[in-house]
Design a protein around this ligand. Structure first.
Ligand code: AMP
Length: 304
C-alpha cells in the first residue's frame, strides 16, 4: 500500500495502472476510520481493480466554532486498517497544500446545499463539493464511493457530478450501524457513556418511523420530531421527511420512496442519521440522471 501526500505523486502512481487498463475507485474520507468506512472500501474493491482512499480532514467543510481542531485524527491506526483491507493507495494530503489560502474556486450545488445540513451549517456542503471535486480531479477515478450516512451529501455530489459531466460513477454504500442501532461515526468518539445512550434516540426514532411507515409524510415527521423533543439530553436540529432525489419536504400521502433525516446535538456532539422509507425492498434506485447502486450484501475479503 502506497501512502502519498501530493497530487503529483498520486497522478504518477496511477498513470501506469490506468495505461494498463486498470479501473480505479476512490473512497474519500476524513480518517478516524471505522467499519462504516471499511464497508465503502469493500464496495470499491468489488467494483474496481485499484482502490484509492483519501484521508483529509477538510477544513473547508467546518464552520467557525465547529470541531476542526478537535476532530479525531489517527493516521497510523487508519493505515493499519486499510492495508489488510486491500487498499492500493492512500492519499493523505497536508491541509496547507491541498486547500491553500490563495485559492479562488468554490464549487456550489445551489439549492440542495442550503437546506437541512446546509441550513444549520452554512457553507459546509460547499466545502465538501469543492474538496471532492479536487479529489476527483487528482485521482480521476472510474468510481467514487460514498456512504448513505451522509445522505444529503450523496445527493449533492451526484448532482455536481451530473451537472459538471465529471464522468465518474458514484456508488452509495448503506449506512452501517452498531448492534444497538447507533449510526457509526468518527464523532461518536466524543460521546460519554451517558451521551451514547442518549444518542440512541435518533436511530430509535428513525426505526420507529420506518416500521410504522404508512406513506403519511406529515405523521412521520411529527412522530420523529416528538420522539427527539422528548428524548433526554437530545437537542433536535431537524427532523424531515423528504423526496430522496430532490430533498424537497414531502407532505400528505406519499406513494413513492421517501427519506427520513434527523440531526441533533447530544452533549457537544452533533449527530446525523437517516433511513429510507419505502414499501418495496428494491436495492437499486435510479436517482435522477445517475444510478446510485446500493450494495446490501457484504463481499468476502480478497487480497489484491
Ligand atoms: P467521513 O470520514 O465522516 O467524512 O466519511 C467518509 C465517508 O464514509 C462518507 O461517504 C460517509 O458517508 C461514509 N460513512 C461514514 N460513516 C458511515 C457509516 N456509518 N455507514 C456508511 N458509510 C459511512
Amino acid at each position: 500500500m502506497h501512502v502519498l501526500s501530493t497530487a503529483a505523486q498520486v497522478r504518477a502512481a496511477l498513470a501506469p495502472l490506468r495505461r494498463a487498463g486498470r479501473t480505479v475507485a476512490l473512497v474519500p474520507t476524513m480518517g478516524a476510520l471505522h467499519p462504516g468506512h471499511l464497508s465503502l472500501v469493500r464496495l470499491a474493491r468489488e467494483c474496481a481493480d485499484v482502490v484509492v482512499v483519501s484521508i483529509f480532514v477538510n477544513p473547508l467543510q467546518f464552520g467557525p466554532g465547529e470541531d476542526l481542531t478537535a476532530y479525531p485524527r489517527d493516521l497510523d491506526g487508519d493505515l493499519a486498517q486499510l492495508d489488510p483491507a486491500g487498499v492500493h493507495l492512500v492519499f493523505a494530503p497536508g491541509a496547507g497544500a491541498f486547500t491553500p489560502p490563495d485559492r479562488h474556486t468554490v464549487v456550489t450545488v445551489t439549492g440542495l446545499s442550503t437546506v437541512l445540513e446546509g441550513a444549520s451549517r452554512p457553507g459546509h456542503l460547499d466545502g465538501v463539493t469543492t474538496v471532492v471535486a479536487k479529489l476527483l480531479g487528482v485521482v480521476q477515478p472510474d468510481f467514487a464511493v460514498f456512504g448513505e450516512k451522509d445522505y444529503q451529501q450523496l445527493v449533492v455530489l451526484r448532482t455536481m457530478v451530473a451537472d459538471l459531466d465529471l464522468g465518474v460513477e458514484l456508488l452509495a454504500a448503506p449506512l452501517v450501524r452498531e448492534p444497538d442501532g447507533l449510526a457509526l461515526s468518527s464523532r461518536n468518539a466524543y460521546l460519554s457513556a451517558r451521551e451514547r445512550r442518549q444518542a440512541l434516540a435518533l436511530s430509535a426514532a428513525l426505526a420507529e418511523v420506518r416500521v410504522t411507515w404508512d406513506g403519511d409524510a406529515d405523521r412521520a415527521r411529527s412522530l420523529l420530531a416528538s420522539r427527539l423533543r422528548s428524548a433526554p439530553g437530545v437537542r433536535p436540529d431537524y427532523a424531515e421527511v423528504v423526496d430522496p432525489e430532490t430533498l424537497a419536504p414531502l407532505h400528505g400521502i406519499v406513494t413513492g420512496p421517501a427519506r427520513a433525516l434527523v440531526a441533533a446535538g447530544v452533549g457537544r456532539t452533533r449527530l446525523i442519521d437517516n433511513v429510507g422509507l419505502q414499501t418495496s425492498t428494491a436495492t437499486q434506485a435510479h436517482v435522477g440522471a445517475l444510478t446510485i447502486r446500493t450494495v446490501t450484501t457484504p463481499t468476502p475479503e480478497r487480497r489484491p
